[in-house]
Design a protein around this ligand. Sequence first.
Ligand code: NAP
Length: 216
Amino acid sequence: MRIGILGSGLMGGKLGVIFARAGHEVVFSYSRSRKKLQRLAHDAGSNGRAGTPREAVKDADVLLLAVHWSNVDDVLQQAGDISGKVVATCSLPMNDSDTALIVASESSGAEELARKAPGAAVVSAFGSVPSEVLFAVFEGRRGDGRPSLVYCGDDARAKEIVAALIRDVGFDPVDAGPLRIARYIEPFTLLVAQLAYEGERGPALAYRFEWREERS
Ligand SMILES: NC(=O)c1ccc[n+]([C@@H]2O[C@H](COP(=O)([O-])OP(=O)(O)OC[C@H]3O[C@@H](n4cnc5c(N)ncnc54)[C@H](OP(=O)(O)O)[C@@H]3O)[C@@H](O)[C@H]2O)c1
């Protein structure tokens, strides 16, 4: 696939390099440093190139939105028309000091994004994982016990495309349902990030649901 990266920082930069190494064509865009975009394109090998947000959107099968919430309007404006595009978003609706979600409970960043870009098929994905683990997951992708990654969205075809990318990175995609489920995924992400800061001292998180049919 052709993948346009809108926001080439910790998340967009790493995921873009991984997508390219997995065989996709990737355009890195949206950084204040053209050199950084070129370095990422170089790291991505022959499948990577640097461009503007508009160039990232052109001919893209899927876009990855990975900017701070305060930059969403700006990057969308620079990207131009994204109607008809599949947009995977990991952008969390955080305040300027990154201490709290500013959209939560009755909506989510992913749903707000879908309102800002009404013609696009938005899928919430990758936001629940810290960027630090992405390369390790990619390198371990052929081993047993792939980590799960939840995603959600309203468009079935867009979800299939994003699930394929999640698999390419090395995760086992878990369909969490419609886009409104992002209301629960985004706060969960803050818990994961908080515990990640504790490093080795923190708890190993395990969660599991079991369902057994009641037999009388
Ligand atoms: N980092 C994580 O582990 C993580 C995990 C889950 C979700 N998220 C979410 O993912 C999103 C991206 O996070 P991140 O950590 O990847 O952020 P980041 O490293 O700060 O990357 C943001 C990108 O936006 C660019 N940018 C910022 N202001 C700009 C401007 N005025 N003009 C052009 N480019 C500009 C940055 O460019 P420069 O290269 O110039 O800085 C960078 O490429 C956020 O919404 C965050 O909440 C992050």
